[in-house]
Design a protein around this ligand. Structure first.
Ligand code: LLP
Length: 415
């Protein structure tokens, strides 16, 4: 459920006409809905009611300061993967004591910054990271709270690029070797063994792999307890999918009911790291049709947004819904490839889409709130799009469209 809907053929973001937004702020632009973000965060938080829990929104999905601000006000924690994301959380008013730090390659500088901020937990992904973190914490006279991110070796059955829980993936510590590493961690003066984490992949449409992973992690928790290593929390990761086309992803409630059943009777705090399921449906990308080009075999709708604005179709062959902002019946619907101006054959937003459109019309790419703007680049010296957040009747510019000066900042010609 989201708050983008068609009223008499015109697309609205909450109470604001998307055509009006495009007229005022130009295209391409990302439009987010505050009510949708809040609704999705609450769905997770409420689904976990009754157990000690913390929902840590995965910042990588959409790290705009306003998005983080909206969630922080609801009490969200955050899952970060870089010092940059930590700085964003702090700048947006997020509580560092609700932050978990994931990622396979944390630098010493990032570890220091996170220790100084007093984050909740480091999700440690290797032996070398554990040793480095221990040394840094000791040198600062403190102890770093850690969870090992274990790799439960289950197939998340999603796109190979976003599957992370298999043995051949770079993420986490093999569950078989985790026990020995925990034993080592328990003896380190700079380490406080706090919990365990796992994340097996993204855009999951079935909870079975998540539950299989959980079983393996719970068995590890028991083996550790038998050795006197008692964990305080379990971080179940993120990964719940969203509907891009006709998928039927499990709801936060489906997921939470199953998790709670497995954890019943244990005194473990539960953490979750949803990203896409919170931000995905809360955003659209609005673009204008620059022109129509009819080739011999294909017709192209050339639009002003491109792969640099939204990379998912190009990178994962992801299907994302594309709808006219204003429905019209005065032009015939035709089948188009919707493509951007970037000089790459792979620059497309959608293929073989039946649309009744003409040059100058606006299109919206739906479910673009997660892994949309955050994956944008300046390829072809294209300024990144503006980001806007609608809150009821009001539109806030939450990131101004880039200018040429922004693009060359830090560059110089030779003396
Ligand atoms: N926690 C960890 C450790 C992660 O690596 C991720 C996502 C998440 C949580 C959040 O997962 P989510 O709930 O959003 O599925 N760019 C790709 C998705 C990459 C996901 C990477 N990790 C895409 O556009 O599909």
């Amino acid at each position: 459920m989201d708050h983008f809907e068609s009223r008499d053929g015109a697309l609205y973001a909450e109470n604001v006409s998307v055509a009006e937004i495009a007229r005022r702020y130009g295209t391409p632009c990302y439009v987010y809905s505050r009510a949708t973000l809040e609704r999705h965060y609450r769905a997770f938080d409420e689904a976990l009611a009754g157990v000690d829990h913390q929902v840590c929104y995965a910042v990588k999905a959409n790290s705009n300061l306003a998005v983080l601000d909206v969630l922080a006000r609801l009490g969200a924690g955050f899952d970060i993967v870089s010092g940059g994301e930590l700085a964003r959380v702090l700048a947006a008013g997020g509580d560092p004591r609700k932050v978990v730090f994931s990622g396979v390659g944390k630098t010493e500088e990032e570890m220091r910054a996170a220790l100084a901020a007093g984050i909740f937990c480091f999700n440690v992904e290797s032996a070398f990271e554990l040793e480095r973190l221990d040394a840094i914490a000791r040198s600062l006279g403190t102890r770093a709270p850690i969870a090992l991110r274990v790799n439960p070796d289950v197939d998340a059955k999603t796109h190979p690029y976003i599957s992370t829980g298999l043995k051949q993936n770079k993420f986490g510590v093999d569950i078989a070797t985790a026990e020995a590493l925990y034993a080592q961690a328990a003896g380190m003066a700079g380490i406080d063994v706090a919990g365990v984490a796992s994340h097996i992949g993204s855009q999951l449409l079935d909870i079975t792999p998540l539950l299989d992973a959980l079983d393996r992690v719970l068995a590890l928790i028991e083996r550790l307890a038998a050795r006197g290593i008692v964990l305080r929390h379990i971080d179940c990761g993120g990964g719940l999918g969203v509907r891009y086309r006709d998928e039927n992803p499990p709801t936060p409630r489906d997921w939470a009911v199953a998790i709670k059943a497995k954890l019943a009777g244990r005194s473990l705090r539960v953490l979750a790291e949803p990203g896409r399921a919170i931000a995905g449906n809360a955003g659209i990308l609005v673009t204008r049709v620059l022109g129509i080009k009819r080739g011999e075999e294909k017709s192209f709708a050339i639009v002003d947004a491109a792969m640099n604005d939204l990379l998912r179709p190009t990178l994962y062959q992801a299907w994302m819904d594309i709808v006219p902002v204003q429905a019209r019946s005065d032009v015939a619907a035709r089948v188009y490839d919707v493509v951007g101006p970037v000089c790459e054959t792979g620059d497309w937003l959608g293929k073989d889409r039946k649309l009744a459109i003409a040059a100058g019309d606006l299109l919206a790419v739906r479910t673009a709130g997660a892994y949309g703007f955050v994956m944008a680049s300046n390829y072809n010296t294209r300024a990144r799009a503006a980001e806007l957040m609608v809150d009821g009747d009001t539109v806030h510019v939450v990131r101004a469209r880039e200018t040429f000066a922004d693009l060359v900042r830090g560059e110089s010609t030779l003396p």
